[in-house]
Design a protein around this ligand. Structure first.
Ligand code: NAD
Ligand code: UD1
Length: 340
């Protein structure tokens, strides 16, 4: 068993990963500045697992806090979720994204180096692939220039980490390229709780279902896809969390920097998501078609063969679980972690 530092562990994917780490018997230390999350997710993770984790409320850009953390805890590896992810905001305030996502990662890896910790799992995104690649996307396909500044920070950090590992073979780094994380823990106690109007499809849809929003706007029905709406690869957040444990096991034994796609390999359209959500959950989702959203591609889904072969990972959950679990979380927590 290992002691794992989870940056951004109070967030959506981080809190689900904490549950899986604790369940597997690992010791967990979380650093999170709570800029986009609530510490309630961590107490709920503890309740769910009947185990304790250590939480430091702090910023990964604060070298003093990081040095103290590494001195107090004998960390074996780091899973790095901390970062900002709002695509629209990244266009309006690019420097905030460069500082947090790129600057924050540099500060973190410097502190890791000082502490002699060289195992890292990084949250990357399918957005790093060049838009001209046809799906299924595999890891050998070229990366491109992402259409937004958020995606740009993911690409830069990937490239930086590759160069770091090439220059110093002590490093062992996993770049996990997530496709579209959805769903929630089966208990409905933790889940996605975005601030403001959700940018992503699933939280928007569940907020329509719970009555917080009137109807779903489907961005474009004139794509070159079977029903004209955008096709994506939705992956259950618990499957995604488990991919981090598999990557960790792999990286604890090997050197270098390598990318793995984390998706199911199935392309599902927006209309299919909306129709199946109604069917699986028995709730009505009013919708309208509106023009395409800038920066969207028609189709994006993964070739996940590398992760299955090399990480020993296998997604367990299908679309019905993703839709039922997203709804279960939202229904039980209509206002997210803000219970008032
Ligand atoms: P999230 O916002 O729920 O979690 C990120 C966490 O990091 C939050 O708890 C936030 O408070 C914390 N944080 C941000 N900046 C910090 C800083 N400087 N210091 C300390 N803590 C900080 O997001 P998520 O959906 O859980 O995503 C986790 C990671 O995965 C992010 O890096 C994100 O970019 C990446 N990712 C997410 C998706 C997605 O669709 N959710 C897709 C691809 C990649
Ligand atoms: C988006 C980001 C991507 C980021 C990812 C995870 C853009 C262009 N891309 O990916 O950079 O890594 O989120 O945070 O923002 N849709 C609707 N109505 C909605 C919301 C979405 O029809 O209200 C459609 C979109 O057009 C798309 C699909 O649903 O076809 C999924 O959208 P979304 O959940 O935002 O994910 P991505 O666009 O794949």
């Amino acid at each position: 068993m290992a002691k794992i530092l989870v940056t951004g562990g109070a967030g959506y994917i981080g809190s689900h990963t904490c549950v899986e780490l604790l369940t597997a018997g690992h010791d967990v230390v979380v650093i999170d500045n709570l800029s986009n999350s609530s510490a309630a997710s961590l107490s709920r993770a503890e309740q769910l697992t009947q185990k304790k984790l250590s939480f430091i409320e702090g910023d990964i850009r604060d070298a003093t806090v990081l040095d103290q953390l590494f001195q107090e805890h004998s960390i074996d590896a780091v899973i790095h979720f901390a970062g900002l992810k709002a695509v629209g905001e990244s266009q309006q305030i690019p420097l905030r994204y460069f500082d947090n996502n790129i600057g924050g990662t540099i500060c973190l890896i410097r502190a890791m180096q000082r502490a002699g910790v060289f195992k890292l799992v990084f949250s990357s995104s399918a957005t790093v692939y060049d838009e001209s690649n046809a799906s299924p996307l595999n890891e050998d396909m070229p990366t491109g220039m992402p259409s937004n500044n958020y995606g740009y920070t993911k690409l830069i950090v990937e490239q930086m980490l590759e160069k770091l590992a090439a220059a110093d073979d002590q490093w062992s780094i996993a770049l996990l390229r997530y496709f579209n994380p959805v769903g929630a823990h089966k208990s409905g106690r933790i889940g996605e709780d975005p601030n403001g109007i959700p940018n992503n499809l699933m939280p928007y849809l569940t907020q329509v279902a719970v009555g917080r929003r009137q109807k779903l706007s489907i961005f474009g029905n004139d794509y070159d896809t079977p029903d004209g709406t955008g096709v994506r690869d939705y992956i259950h957040v618990v499957d995604l969390a488990n991919a981090h444990l598999c990557a960790l096991n792999h990286r604890l034994k090997t050197q270098g920097c390598r990318a793995w796609n984390i998706g199911t390999g199935n392309g599902i359209s927006v209309k299919q998501i909306r129709d199946n959500f109604e069917k699986v959950n028995g709730v009505e989702i009013p919708f309208e078609y509106v023009p395409r959203r800038e920066g969207d591609v028609a189709t994006s889904f993964a070739d996940n063969a590398r992760a299955i072969a090399e990480l020993g990972w296998q997604p367990q959950y299908g679309l019905a679980d993703m839709l039922a679990d997203s709804w279960n979380w939202q229904k039980q927590n209509p206002n997210g972690f803000n219970e008032s």
